[in-house]
Design a protein around this ligand. Structure first.
Ligand code: SF4
Length: 282
């Protein structure tokens, strides 16, 4: 199926493709008369067990940390599926999603939704899971993506437990991240912002849903929270019957958050994934 292939492309072969190739594939998704989202992320909570210095979501620096009400999550899922033909991969993220108190209810809700083909929980592997949760994660639609930053023994134990239960798990070791740099506005011109957005494949393939809105980039959420951007151009409120709005949102070729980020610029630098904020830096 085409959309599965698109997702496959993103994960395994996209480094071998030019941006033009990727965009051609991307456009086919829309002109096939089907609106298929290869990947969508959904924030369940902004609480986390870690305080990663270079977190693209800026979790350690947010003004407050909270769980999204499960009723709001259900509504967002209903709104999403009523406007699309299919979502190939939905990633439930945080913060740390295993801290989310109603994760069992959300998982039970999403696995029943036929238009959502696969669901992954993206975690740092530091939370001890109950027997009930482990049993639930064996569902064929579910998988767990674990980032092991090498700063704790907990993810190793966590992964062993998932494997013991036969749960589908992918582990990311020894990652390097791009540093997004400070939140300050860089005052780049529109052409430069478009080029940056274009090079950063992430927003072309994947948007983020958080509290009733779809965000162009996950960084936009933190930038709104911290008051660095105030115009609502990086988000689209989702409700039933806004399919055209979502399609247009996916076709946008820039976002304000790029003017507060160094990814894919000449100034970009790499950083160690999972390096923690010192208490004096928060
Ligand atoms: S702000 Fe722009 S460059 Fe940075 S991660 Fe988001 S889309 Fe990519």
């Amino acid at each position: 199926m085409y959309a599965m292939w698109a997702y496959h492309l993103e994960n395994e072969n996209r480094r071998n493709l030019s941006v033009t190739d990727l965009k051609e594939k991307y456009n086919e998704l829309f002109y096939n008369n089907k609106f298929v989202l290869p990947r969508m992320t959904m924030v369940l909570t902004t609480r986390c067990t870690y305080r990663c210095k270079e977190c693209i979501e800026m979790i350690p620096y947010l003004r407050k940390h909270e769980d999204v009400a499960k009723e709001e999550i259900f509504q967002d899922i209903d709104n999403l599926v009523s406007n699309i033909d299919e979502c190939v991969f939905l990633e439930l993220i945080g913060g740390e999603p295993f801290l989310y108190k109603d994760l069992d209810a959300v998982l039970a809700y999403v696995v029943k939704e036929d238009k959502i083909r696969n669901v992954a929980i993206v975690t740092n592997g530091t939370v001890t899971l109950s027997e009930e949760m482990l049993s639930m994660l064996k569902h064929e639609k579910l998988s767990v993506i674990v980032s092991d930053y090498g700063i704790s023994d907990k993810p190793g134990t966590f992964v062993d437990k998932l494997r013991e239960y036969g749960i589908c798990v992918n582990v990311l070791y020894e990652q390097e991240w791009f540093s997004a740099g400070s939140c300050e506005k860089r005052n780049r011109g529109m052409e430069e912002l478009r080029r940056q957005y274009d090079k950063c494949h992430a927003p072309w393939w994947c948007k983020t849903i958080y509290k009733g809105a779809m965000y162009a980039c996950i960084r936009s959420i933190g930038l709104y929270d911290l008051g660095y951007i105030d115009e609502k151009q990086d988000l689209l409120e989702i409700r039933s019957n806004c399919r055209e709005g979502i399609e247009e949102f996916f076709k946008r070729d820039w976002c304000e958050a790029c003017d507060h980020c160094d990814w894919y610029t000449e100034d970009h630098r790499y950083c160690r994934a999972g390096e923690q904020v010192n208490s004096s830096e928060s």
